[in-house]
Ligand binder design. Structure first.
Ligand code: NAD
Length: 367
């Protein structure tokens, strides 16, 4: 056995993304934009982060062709159409996305249509910057696609940009990142390097989040949290995800639940569902999350004041049967076979906010 977990023969392809990490790395932005071959740049951000977008535009100087500050959650295609107009009118050959997954998603949507060069300054822990995946919403339907042109070319992690992320959002965004690493540990196409990154990412984030909640503004924990987010995002961009991500995609796309909060509520329950099929993964997580890692994640969220129930996020109990059906419909690899009754019970616990319970599979794959 190589590494922590047993693995079948594996393939490893390093991500081509250029990464800068540290405090104050934003000062390298103009140089990185030029080095990426960009001659005219459109800066992207959300309405909430408009001032930051303007400040970044000032940092960039003459190369800036405009600022588009309309990015929105779940990448609505009508917003992308407006941004595409702005990109074309400006004659830009590059974008600088400064923000969380929503802003980064808009940059990816533009790249999917024009192959424009992307430089990203992430300000949350969601991890989208490291992936070739784009989720888009049209007429209330969320679809995903993937391709090499979608992955950002340059990512500048500047710890200073995360200091403003409110404590509550830091926790849910951090647990969103942990979810990528947990599912990487049992990915069918995983490898020992991703396992090591996943465990290190989870360790960094679980240590950092309590420090951030204790004092969000002083910066303790911010560096470790962003480092963990980079590692977990690398896992998301490198190997396939399973039940947890499918459930969250369904709950976000079909029932309009908020992204990071939904990940936070569902993760302990999805891990509990899969636990009987992945005893070695559970062993590997124990030193970080305690004897019952699913319960450890539930307690982490609860103790840091994060949401722990889908009912609290506004999901109607009547939607649980439909959510189960949708999760069963799609075919995707998962370590434990999907069983309607057990899955419905798992979602029921996530809805009520009760502690996760590891299910024993009727297929007999128990720990
Ligand atoms: P977000 O980008 O929607 O940000 C939420 C809000 O917080 C926004 O108003 C934003 O402006 C604000 N914000 C962001 N950083 C801040 C900071 N440092 N200080 C103060 N405010 C800040 O939230 P998110 O959770 O990062 O992204 C969610 C979106 O990203 C979803 O649409 C999700 O589907 C997508 N996503 C995609 C991938 C992928 O690989 N395709 C991965 C993860 C998330």
């Amino acid at each position: 056995m190589i590494g922590t977990l047993p693995r079948d023969p594996f393939r490893f392809e390093p991500l081509p993304t250029r990464v800068l990490f540290g405090h104050g790395t934003r000062t390298h932005l103009a140089k990185e934009v030029r080095a990426a071959g960009i001659t005219r740049v459109l800066v992207l951000t959300t309405p909430f982060q408009k001032d930051l977008g303007d400040a970044v535009a000032r940092d960039l100087g003459d190369v800036v062709a405009g600022v588009f500050n309309g990015a929105a959650m779940h990448t609505p295609t009508d917003v992308t159409a407006q941004a595409l107009d702005a990109l074309t009118t400006a004659g830009a050959d590059g974008v600088v996305a400064v923000g969380g997954g929503s802003t980064i998603g808009l940059g990816k949507a533009l790249a999917a249509r024009t192959d424009v060069v992307q430089v990203v300054l992430p300000t949350t822990y969601a991890g989208s910057e490291m992936t070739p995946i784009l989720g888009e919403t049209e007429n209330g339907l969320k679809t995903t696609r993937s391709g090499p042109e979608i992955r950002p070319e340059v990512v500048i992690y500047d710890v200073a940009l995360t200091h403003t992320l409110p404590a509550a959002m830091s926790v849910t965004s951090g647990i969103n990142a942990i979810a990528h690493a947990v599912e990487a540990l049992y990915a069918v196409n995983g490898n020992p390097l991703m396992d090591a990154l996943a465990l290190e990412g989870i360790r960094a984030l679980t240590g950092a989040l309590p420090l951030i909640v204790a004092d969000p503004h002083r910066g303790a924990g911010r560096e470790a949290a962003l480092y963990g987010a980079w590692l977990c995002g690398t896992c998301l961009g490198s190997v396939g995800m399973a039940l947890h991500h499918k459930l969250c995609h369904t709950l976000g796309g079909s029932f309009g639940l908020p992204h990071a909060e939904t990940h936070t509520v569902v993760l302990p329950h999805a891990l509990a569902y899969n636990a009987p099929a992945v005893p070695k993964v559970i062993d590997a997580l124990r030193p970080i999350l305690g004897d019952d890692p699913a319960l450890g994640l539930h307690h982490l969220a609860r103790d840091l004041g994060a949401p722990t129930s889908l009912s609290g996020l506004g999901l109607d109990a009547a939607s649980l049967d439909r959510a189960t059906e949708l999760a069963l419909q799609a075919r995707y690899p998962n370590p434990r076979p999907l069983e309607a009754g057990a899955l419905r019970a798992t979602l029921g616990r996530a809805w009520a906010g009760t502690a996760p319970i590891s299910e024993i599979s009727s297929e007999g794959s128990s720990a």
